[in-house]
Ligand binder design. Structure first.
Ligand code: ARG
Length: 292
């Protein structure tokens, strides 16, 4: 495929769905009682019943698409536990645990590691501060790793040692996009023989420093670059299985961009969970099992 062809609209492109296994946590104790990101305003009331309803729709959607969803028990006093993406980073049955930046979330780290161990994953306890799949995204064999607000640069080295894979460090600069999964969506992680043209991401250029933007342009020339407006409604905090992309209904430009490229956008509103600074992807941790 020449560069010229590859940027042409790919209407009708056959997208291939991959099976996923996810970990989620019912927002039974969801509320905003402290503020560790610009979205969280403890003075603004939250509606836990509504959060539960919206969360349930996401859970049901995954099942309807044929994915497996495991559940971890919510813990009273840990209102952010619903954002399971931060609980760890798992590849090939190995779970690299999380070590949270803020005291309010620190106890979640061991809780998730216990769950991973009890469910057959090999747990690696982290020495460095990192917030799991919030800041680590797997694309092909490469780990894209975010820093600037939460996970440290040292954790990028550590995650590379744990998984023996290439790590590409990216620096976030806008406090609204404090985790990598708020600024990059992995639309299709599959690359390699037969799949090299498929692996792709969507990202918000303005969430990154110059150096990181240059890296992303170079590595992903076919990426979807979303508008600031779509980024600002957490449009990128989405979940794709290679064909279906679950996104916020507010991200209308992103929706059109996905359709142009042959993905099937599914609009799902998690407005209540956005009060905690999280969206679809934040509520979803991928459990990549052992290769058999
Ligand atoms: N209130 C949570 C925090 O600030 C939200 C986490 C969102 N998770 C994510 N993967 N972006 O830590």
């Amino acid at each position: 495929m020449s560069t010229h062809e590859s940027v042409a609209p790919a209407t009708g492109t056959e997208r291939i769905q991959q099976h996923r296994r996810y970990l989620m946590c019912r927002p039974e104790h969801f509320t905003v009682s402290y503020s560790i990101n610009p979205w969280m305003e403890p003075s603004r009331p939250t509606d836990t019943a509504r959060a539960l309803q919206q969360w349930q729709t996401l859970y049901d959607t995954y099942l309807a698409l044929g994915h497996d969803v495991d559940l971890i028990d919510p813990i009273d006093g840990l209102p952010d536990m619903v954002y399971t993406a931060n609980g760890g980073f798992l590849i090939d049955g190995v779970a690299y645990g999380a070590k949270f930046r803020f005291a309010e979330r620190v106890p979640e780290g061991p809780a998730f590691m216990e769950w991973f161990a009890a469910n057959g994953f090999d747990v690696v306890e982290p020495a460095e501060v990192n917030e799991g799949e919030g800041d680590f995204l797997l694309v092909g064999q490469t780990i894209l790793a975010g820093t600037g607000f939460r996970s440290t640069g040292d954790s990028h080295r550590e995650v590379g040692e744990v998984f023996g894979r290439e790590v590409v460090s990216l620096t976030l600069t806008d406090p609204r996009f404090y985790h990598l999964d708020t600024a990059i969506a992995v639309l299709d992680p599959v690359e390699g023989p037969g799949g090299a043209e498929r692996a792709n991401i969507a990202y918000l250029p303005n969430a990154f420093d110059e150096r990181s933007q240059a890296i992303l342009r170079e590595r992903y020339p076919d990426a979807i670059q979303v508008s600031d407006a779509d980024g600002a409604v957490f449009g990128l905090n989405s979940a794709s299985d290679g064909r279906n992309a679950i996104i916020s209904p507010r991200a209308t430009g992103f929706e059109a961009q996905l359709r142009e490229r042959g993905y099937t956008p599914i609009m799902l509103d998690l407005s209540e969970l956005l009060l905690g600074g999280g969206g679809i992807k934040c509520c979803t941790l991928e459990l990549r099992g052992a290769v058999r």
